[in-house]
Design a protein around this ligand. Structure first.
Ligand SMILES: Nc1ncnc2c1ncn2[C@@H]1O[C@H](COP(=O)(O)OP(=O)(O)OP(=O)(O)O)[C@@H](O)[C@H]1O
Ligand SMILES: [Mg+2]
Length: 396
């Protein structure tokens, strides 16, 4: 059995994630691949886009193509019920009413995370050549990427201590803190959940098969968020193999939108500079909504057709290396950046707030540094074998 190709689309709200994901899936199916598209966004719109009624289990949409909208509430209950009951009980004992307690026991975004866990079984089923994921807006999804790290920590550090914690802390918790301790069942839930998170993470981090594609509109704020997301993805070791700029005003958009089109073209320049060498795929703003097979085929053609930057096929890995990595310890941090074919003398660096601007001759890259580096200043930079290494230390 071969490992399925997994493509995850994410981006800010309303930029066109669902449309682009559905168009990709339709195109993969047409190319003869057994394709599944899953929506993990609790506010589903995939059925509208595909014009087919969908449920939590895969439904046939066309030749080689099935789709499902995962039921977030169901997944939440499945994975979190034990923890929720215990935590809710504790909050209620401290005087909170039931409704508020129930709300507080579900951290924001976990419903999407739990939906994403469904990826595992489809990935393992052997039924699919390609799995496309249509995700919720980035803000939530990105925060979730750190969960597997937390899960690993939990499994390594806390689980082995379970018995000891229960035995020694129970009397203390009961008499001094006046809170119920988690039961064995809660521990078991968390343990199973942690194992699931780690397994899902392993699928998404398998850069030979899984990649992330960032969808954005050509607006400064949307691009800014996509850049931050890109930094996080790189940071956590996920491979971004393409960025999609959707809703670009085409040539001949008319006088009314002429200035706006010009502004968008400038923003496209920023996108290329921020994500280089990751390919940038463009989709024009169409004259009507993207709904149904015909419009999805048009989007697919723009993305992966003969004239497009992604012409090697909808499921091809369009870029195969993680272009920037950041490692940090107490004393500082090191940023490594792939900048092919530059000459050492022509490389320049400038930091403005959290943006690091790297110039190499006429090329320019804008990198959004993670907030943890806010207090750091670049100190030294070296360039060798196409890799720029920038060292940061804490500025006094
Ligand atoms: N290139 C385009 N031209 C015209 N309309 C488009 C284009 N791309 C998407 N749309 C329309 O924009 C709206 C939002 O698109 P879509 O639902 O794909 O975005 P989304 O990022 O998935 O949104 P959400 O964050 O709500 O999930 C839809 O009505 C869709 O038909
Ligand atoms: Mg959507």
């Amino acid at each position: 059995m071969s490992t399925p190709r997994t493509i995850l689309y994410t981006g800010k709200g309303g930029v066109g994630k669902t449309s682009v994901a559905a168009a990709t899936a339709v195109r993969c199916a047409e190319e003869g691949q057994r394709t599944l598209i899953l929506s993990t966004d609790p506010a589903h719109s995939l059925s509208d886009s595909l014009q087919t009624e969908l449920g939590a289990q895969p439904t046939e949409v066309g030749r080689n193509l099935q789709a499902a909208e995962i039921d977030a509430q169901h997944e939440l209950t499945r994975h979190w019920k034990g923890v929720q009951d215990w935590f809710g009980e504790m909050l209620m004992q401290r005087g909170l009413d039931r409704i508020s307690a129930e709300e507080l026991t579900v951290p924001p975004g976990v419903d999407e995370l739990f939906s994403l866990l469904r990826l595992q079984e489809h990935h393992a089923s052997g039924e699919w050549d390609v799995i496309v994921l249509d995700c919720a807006p980035t803000g939530e999804t990105m925060r979730l990427l750190s969960f597997p790290e937390a899960a690993r920590w939990w499994l390594e550090k806390i689980v082995p201590l379970e018995r000891a914690i229960l035995a020694t802390a129970a009397p203390f918790a009961r008499t001094v803190l006046d809170i119920p301790l988690p039961t064995g069942a809660v521990f078991q839930d968390l343990q199973r959940l942690s194992a699931n998170l780690i397994a899902m993470d392993a699928i998404l981090r398998d850069t030979a098969h899984s990649t992330i594609r960032l969808v954005m509109a050509p607006d400064r704020m949307v691009i800014g968020e996509a850049m931050r997301t890109f930094t996080y993805l790189n940071l956590y070791g996920y491979l971004t193999d393409a960025v999609v700029v959707n809703k670009v005003f085409p040539r001949g958009v008319g006088e009314y939108f002429a200035a706006w089109r010009e502004h968008q073209q400038e923003q496209l320049g920023l996108v290329r500079s921020a994500f280089e060498p990751v390919p940038v795929l463009e989709v024009p703003y169409f004259d009507r909504e993207v709904i149904g097979a015909e419009m999805l085929a048009r989007v697919g053609e723009e993305l992966f057709g003969a004239a497009a930057a992604g012409r090697s096929g909808a499921s091809a890995i369009l870029h195969d290396t993680i272009t920037q990595t950041i490692e940090s310890d107490e004393s500082g941090a090191t940023l490594r950046l792939t900048i092919p074919f530059a000459r050492k003398q022509e490389i320049g660096l400038k930091q403005v707030g959290l943006e690091l601007i790297v110039t190499a001759g006429t090329r320019r890259r804008t990198i959004m540094l993670p907030p943890t580096l806010a207090a750091y200043q670049p100190t030294t930079a070296t360039y060798a074998d196409g890799v720029l290494e920038v060292s940061f230390s804490r500025g006094e």
